[in-house]
Design a binder for this molecule. Sequence first.
Ligand SMILES: Cc1cc2nc3c(=O)[nH]c(=O)nc-3n(C[C@H](O)[C@H](O)[C@H](O)COP(=O)(O)O)c2cc1C
Length: 412
Amino acid sequence: MNILRNRRILIGVTGSIAAYKSADITSRLIKENAEVKVILTKSAEKFITATTLEALSKNHVFSSDSKSSNQDYTHLELAKWADILLIAPATANVINKIANGYGDDLLTTTCLAYNKDLFIAPAMNPEMWNNSITKSNLDKLEKNKIKIIGPDYGTHACGDTGYGRLASTENIIEKIKGFKSDKILAGLRLLISAGPTREPIDPVRYISNYSSGKMGYSIALVAKQLGATVELVSGPTMLDPIDKIKTTYIDTADEMACVISEKIKNSDVFISTAAISDYRPTNFSETKYKKSEDTLNIEFERGIDIISSVSANNENVYIVGFAAETHNMLENARKKLKEKNINMIVANKVNHKLKLGFESDYNKVTLITSEYENEFDSGTKLDISYDILKKIHEEYYKKLQLTNHHVEKSQS
Ligand SMILES: Cc1cc2nc3c(=O)[nH]c(=O)nc-3n(C[C@H](O)[C@H](O)[C@H](O)COP(=O)(O)O)c2cc1C
């Protein structure tokens, strides 16, 4: 099925060095049989010509001069016309403007008048990307249901290396298709665990880990967008609750186990992204350890292995685990898949220098099942969530078909 056939896509192109890539995006969308119109900002006109985009889109290209005068409602007409508005590449300037409700040219005024699916694919220098004002405005956009695609990691035209490269055309089109596709997870009940656990040592101390909960929360958000009914069990994080996702908050691994064993009964899929402490203090000290000795020895014992006990008792649930590793990632992940007898494992490398894994907005993962192994490109946790959920959807229904087949065979 061609999801984008006859979809009316309005592309906003802004003044980034990556503006030339909008020609490729336009041409790909036309090949998908979409109808495309383009708005160029004044700065974008310095990077790419309207002639190129007119030829590729087979439509008139709007510039910032196509201003809305008293008689001119171009911004309203374009906002009504479009099914999808994609800004690619999106400069830091336009991101910050849209997040704050500015409407001082045709593109931003059209955004103000537009209430459907808005996708923004940022492209900028890594320092501009890491700028805290840009970051907080991106958060604002995401909270307003605007979808951010990318950016990718790599070397920039200015010579710097880092996040900020425009996502690939492939990725941009895939993401638009994904969100415009049918609600592929409709009817499925997903239970997701996220964040760290805290194991108390004494009344003022605990042992925990760097998990921020971002991966689990991202999967929960995207799963909801794809139509699933989602429940989240969350350790302590700094993240805001997600609208319309029932969330149960826990502190310790035992509390997590207790909530999950209850909720798993009403779930089709369990995705365990939580970083559950493997060890906990053997004894909790009722009083605070005092600074009286040079060293302090605390004994730890193995804690509960939640995912193994879930898999042993819930054959019908599709179970996905995460393996965060610093070395021998694939070997360890494959071992975990077998030992814990689960359906899929998402292996990810923890690398604080590359800002991957714990605490980061980015991840790089390899999906592993007993028959499949695929390493995905690094990307934002939201983008990666979509890739993971698409594969879970495929594998879940494969498993269901196999189970039904066995049942039919045993009954005949
Ligand atoms: C050579 C050059 C390359 C630029 N590339 C980018 C870029 O990739 N991303 C960005 O946010 N700004 C970039 N800028 C700065 C924007 O062009 C500038 O902020 C401009 O005002 C953006 O206007 P617009 O958002 O209305 O298109 C670049 C500027 C120059 C001169």
